[in-house]
Structures are given as structure tokens and as C-alpha cells.
Design a protein around this ligand. Structure first.
Ligand code: LLP
Length: 511
């Protein structure tokens, strides 16, 4: 077993029942629980796609998504490069024994000591601006280093994602714009200690459309071809990361819809529907134009009717169907294979390509396991208050992101009421942090949980622990790595003393 699945209403991580993990010594709630096999499966998906592409592709894990050293070690053992954005991430990678030649150092604002460490160690260095080029040259002069640099290009592409995670459009703080490029190239040419080895771009995160990667790859490849005679060492094309994951894949109805459409397409080999469906998934068609387009087709009508069966009959004007399909669309996210098959034929065979995903390697590998503190019912809203909060999962509050929430064990409260699916209520799932932005999920259909019931927030492997905070003096939780029936504590929980030891005048510790 890999990842997370339910058996008789109990959630399992690989072969471990997750509610039992909270009874282990030294483990308290909330706690992040990782599946090792899920991470390995994610790596293998990329590796298979890379092999099929027929191109020279290297996978580089974006450490910012999750910097737990045990996870980095796993990545290293599978031969991945590491992409970093700070001097401390670089120190960690070097400490773990990662070879400098297998490290990419990125960032739009690097401190001198960080550039110095990068150049001294000999990592691949992404240059992001004119001032970053000048800084690199100065550091190389002072230290007598040769720097292997990639230029991060701003290709001006709208990746169609939340504005906070869009990074390659005009007006973005990242990358070298078309206007500044020549000056940077000129500087690199005049100083012989700068070895220009590659080009880089990263247009954003949570991207669902392979077409976007194709656009950015085209920009980079054109430039690559143009610059090769000028920079004879140029061989790397770093295409960034950014592939999304299906955060909504656990919602049950859309899953059924997905199966209906997929199964009809497979069964009937209907090219036209497959083409329309493809356009829906890549957002070339809106949902309503998709439905309108399939309805008149002989097989389309049947699919439409089957989809209709998935919604309550009283929903005459099918707003529910629309809503369901809308979220169903979001269940479907391109996989590494879709990404690579859309770009491999435009990659020059002589180039070495680097892909640096974070989320799609670790995002689905963890849950935040919490306990229910209590419930509140009112006319306007019902709340499930859990002991996990925005301090552990900030993505809903920061980006309005969806994280699936589900009870991790049968509710004893629901059992007493002899519950059927109809007795589920609509809840906001919130944490104890003193702030209304502290919510994990809104309007979720769940059984009434008993107090102390374990509850899981899904897909918290990327940008959750790494974006955690101590707000309200909450301690950062422990992290567990499950491997079959084995459980390893890969980070212990922080304590009050851990937090206080940095406050130099605190009386207990200044004695
Ligand atoms: N390469 C570069 C240059 C990046 O800036 C990033 C992410 C990645 C690779 C990895 O992207 P990924 O494959 O993980 O999408 N905190 C946000 C995500 C910020 C991503 C920043 N850059 C979130 O929680 O969604």
C-alpha cells in the first residue's frame, strides 16, 4: 500500500492506521504523517516520463516545498539534484553530502555570503537580474572563483494560477526581462570567470495546463538556439517546476463523473468527444461550452445523461451538475507524462534539461493529523474546531487553497445516531488560532465528529510544514515517516523551551 486510503472508515497511511499513531510515545496532535512509498511513486512517475521522452532530463527537487532532511536524503538517494533558494538550504544540502554539481541555487535577492558560498562550492547558480550579475562578478573577483551560471528569463507568460504563485509574467519580481537581457549577457561576456552554462525559467506554481509549459519551453529553446554560438558552454535548459496536484481528487462525486466520462471515451473510442474533453481539461473550452458541444453528439448525449444521474433529480436547472463538473475538472491535473509529452519534441536533443518540481513530488505524500477539540452549531454556520491550524496549513488562508478534510476514524457521535450519508452536516473546519483567517476548510460535508476524533487534512506534504509558524506561541509539530508498518519520527515536536531559548533576557534561561 502506498499513500493514504480508507478501510472500513479508518484512514491508513500505507499499512498503519493513522489514528493509532497518536497513541505512540512522544507523538501528540497535530502531527504531519508522510508516506515514503508515495514519495517514491511520485519520483518514479517522473522517471518513467523522462525515459519515455527520449531526451536528456534531470530531476531536481525544489527544497522549499519541504526541507525535512530525511526527505532530502530520500531524494538524493534516488539521484535527484536539489534546487535551493537560500544559503541555509545550500548549507543543509552540502551537509547531507549532495554534490555541488547536483545543486541549483536560485533566488531574486541573494546576500553576498550566499553568493560566496554558492561560487566557492561550485553549484549551478541562477542569475536573476543585472545587479545579481554584478554581485556574482564581484564575489568571483574577490574569491578567485569561476561561477557556472544560468540566466533566469522572464518569458512573460500567464500561467493561469493564483497571482501569488505566478512568477513569469511581465511585472513579476523574478527573472531577467527582455529589456535587461542584453546588458546581463554583455557583462557575462566581458568577465571570463563567468561560465554561462544554461538558461532557466519558472512561470509559476499549481499549473494545470501543459500548454503553459510548452509556451515557456519555446521561449527558452529559441533563446538557447540564438545564444549557443556566443556562449559555447551553454548546454542546460532549466524549465522550472510548477505542476499542480489534484487537491480535489478525494471529493467523491466528481470522481464518479470522471470515471463516467473516461469510461465512455475508452469504451467508444469517440475521437470527437476525446478531443472536446481534452480541450476542457486544458481550459480551451469552458464547462458549459463542453456540455453544449457534447450534447448533440450521439455518444455525447449518453454521457450527459449519465452525468446527470450523478446529481439529485430535483436539481432541475442542473446548477448542481455544473458545480460538480467544475470541481471535477479540478480533480484532473496533468501528470509528468502529459507535461513531458507536450514539450519533448521542441527540446533540442543536445540540451540537458532540468525539471525542478516541488509540490508534485511531495504534496500528496502527507496529511496533517489532528484531533477534534469540539463542535459548534449555529443557524448560520457550523464549526468543527480542531487542534491543527493555519500555523501548520497556511495555504487555505493565504491563497484560498483547497485541502481535503476527512475524519480519520468512524465518528462515535455519528454511530450513536445510526448515521447514513444524509446525516452529514455542512461545516467550516477551523483551528484555535486567534484570527478569523484561521480556517482549514469551508462548507465541508462531514459527519458530526466526537470530541477527540482524529481528523486528516490531506495533501500537506508541500508548502505546509515548510511554511509553518509559531504564531500564538504554537509549537511546530512533529513529522512522522511511514514505510509499510514502520514509523520513524523524522522531526520531533518543538517545545516551549525550544521557542524561549532564543529570547536572551528570558529569566529562566539567562541564569
Ligand atoms: N523552481 C522555482 C524557481 C520556484 O520558484 C519554485 C516554486 C519551484 C521550482 C517549485 O515549484 P512547484 O513544483 O513546487 O510548484 N507556497 C506556494 C508555492 C510557492 C512556490 C514558489 N516557487 C504554495 O503553497 O502553493
Amino acid at each position: 500500500n502506498l499513500g493514504f486510503q480508507y478501510e472500513e472508515d479508518y484512514l491508513y497511511c500505507e499499512d498503519m492506521r493513522v489514528c493509532d499513531l497518536l497513541n505512540l510515545k512522544d507523538v501528540s496532535s497535530p502531527v504531519y504523517v508522510y508516506s515514503k512509498k508515495q514519495i517514491e511513486a511520485n519520483i518514479n512517475k517522473y522517471k518513467t516520463a523522462m525515459k519515455n521522452s527520449g531526451r536528456n532530463i534531470q530531476l531536481s527537487y525544489s527544497v522549499k516545498a519541504n526541507m525535512n532532511p530525511s526527505i532530502l536524503e530520500l531524494m538524493r538517494n534516488h539521484g535527484l539534484f536539489l534546487t535551493l533558494v537560500s544559503g541555509h538550504e545550500l548549507r543543509l544540502a552540502l551537509d547531507l553530502g549532495q554534490e555541488p554539481g547536483k545543486i541549483v541555487f536560485n533566488g531574486n535577492g541573494k546576500m553576498n555570503w550566499e553568493v560566496d558560498l554558492a561560487c566557492r562550492s561550485g553549484v549551478l547558480l541562477n542569475v536573476d537580474s543585472i545587479f545579481n550579475m554584478r554581485q556574482t562578478i564581484d564575489v568571483c573577483k574577490a574569491g578567485g572563483y569561476v561561477a557556472n551560471v544560468l540566466f533566469r528569463i522572464n518569458p512573460d507568460i500567464n500561467p493561469n494560477v493564483h497571482g501569488y504563485v505566478s512568477t513569469g509574467q511581465e511585472g513579476s519580481k523574478f527573472g531577467i526581462s527582455a529589456d535587461e537581457l542584453e546588458e546581463v549577457l554583455e557583462m557575462a561576456t566581458t568577465f571570463e570567470k563567468i561560465r554561462v552554462v544554461g538558461l532557466h525559467c519558472h512561470i509559476g506554481s499549481t499549473i494545470r495546463e501543459p500548454e503553459k509549459f510548452k509556451q515557456s519551453t519555446r521561449v527558452l529553446v529559441d533563446l538557447f538556439n540564438k545564444l549557443r554560438s556566443r556562449f559555447p558552454d551553454l548546454y542546460v535548459l532549466n524549465l522550472g517546476g510548477g505542476l499542480s496536484i489534484p487537491y480535489k481528487s478525494q471529493i467523491s462525486l466528481p470522481q464518479k463523473c470522471k470515471q463516467v466520462v473516461q469510461c465512455e471515451i475508452d469504451k467508444n473510442d469517440d475521437q470527437e468527444i476525446a478531443r472536446l474533453y481534452d480541450n476542457l481539461l486544458t481550459s480551451k473550452l469552458t464547462l458549459s461550452t463542453f456540455l453544449e458541444a457534447i450534447k448533440p453528439l450521439p455518444r455525447g448525449k449518453e454521457i450527459f445523461l449519465k452525468l446527470q444521474e450523478q446529481v439529485p433529480s430535483e436539481d432541475k436547472n442542473q446548477t448542481k451538475l455544473m458545480q460538480i463538473l467544475q470541481s471535477f475538472k479540478q480533480c484532473l491535473v496533468p501528470e509528468p507524462n502529459d507535461l513531458l509529452s507536450s514539450i519533448s519534441d521542441i527540446i533540442p536533443p543536445e540540451a540537458k534539461v532540468i525539471l525542478e518540481p516541488g509540490r508534485s513530488l511531495v504534496g500528496n505524500s502527507a496529511i496533517l493529523l489532528s484531533r477534534v477539540l469540539g463542535t459548534k452549531l449555529s443557524k448560520k454556520k457550523n464549526f468543527i474546531v480542531i487542534d491543527g491550524a493555519m500555523t501548520e496549513v497556511i495555504r487555505p488562508c493565504l491563497y484560498g487553497a483547497y485541502h481535503h478534510v476527512e475524519l480519520a476514524e468512524p465518528s462515535r457521535a455519528a454511530h450513536l445516531q445510526n448515521a447514513s450519508d444524509q446525516s452529514k452536516l455542512v461545516w467550516d473546519v477551523v483551528g484555535p488560532v486567534c484570527e478569523s483567517a484561521d480556517f482549514i476548510g469551508k462548507d465541508r460535508l462531514l459527519f458530526t465528529p466526537h470530541e477527540g476524533c482524529s481528523i486528516a487534512v490531506f495533501d500537506t506534504g508541500a508548502y505546509c510544514s515548510s511554511m509553518g509558524s509559531n504564531y500564538n506561541m504554537r509549537v511546530r509539530p512533529a513529522e512522522l515517516l511511514v514505510d509499510g508498518e514502520k514509523v520513524k519520527v523524522i522531526r520531533r515536536s518543538e517545545t516551549f523551551e525550544d521557542m524561549m531559548k532564543l529570547y536572551t533576557n528570558y529569566y529562566c534561561f539567562s541564569q
